[in-house]
Design a protein. Structure first.
Length: 127
């Protein structure tokens, strides 16, 4: 969860969660590094009760933290319940799942890591 150059606007504290305590700790460190206020808890999105302008979801993607297609779809459905807009980072094609969940894709891009782009993730914005 990283945010860039929006210190000139007034934003509410960042609220975040993940099932993995190590991810939660990393998110807390990122929020602090960028001088934001935030609360990040070990919690499932399924139990989130708040409503937000945007949900930013970094889909599980590696050996230590994987999600089945059913779990991915559940994450998307819960994001629809708690947020008006969603940004997902993923290594997989999720367009069909996003559309079935009732969203409209409004923007997208690719984030590459390294000079040879050996690791790429899609950044998909939908409402």
């Amino acid at each position: 969860m990283q945010h860039f150059c929006v210190q000139s606007i007034d934003i509410d504290p960042i609220v975040g969660s993940d099932l993995n305590p190590l991810v939660v700790q990393g998110a807390r460190e990122n929020i602090s590094y960028f001088s934001y206020d935030g609360i990040v808890e070990v919690k499932d999105i399924a139990v989130e009760e708040g409503h937000y302008d945007v949900a930013i979801i970094d889909m599980p993607y590696n050996f230590f933290c994987q999600a089945t297609p059913e779990e991915q779809y559940a994450i998307i459905k819960h994001a629809k319940r708690i947020a008006d807009r969603v940004v997902i980072l993923t290594i997989e094609d999720m367009d069909e799942m996003i559309l079935i969940a009732g969203f409209t894709i409004v923007d997208r891009g690719v984030a590459n890591k390294g000079k040879k782009a050996l690791f790429s993730r899609q950044v998909i914005v939908f409402e």
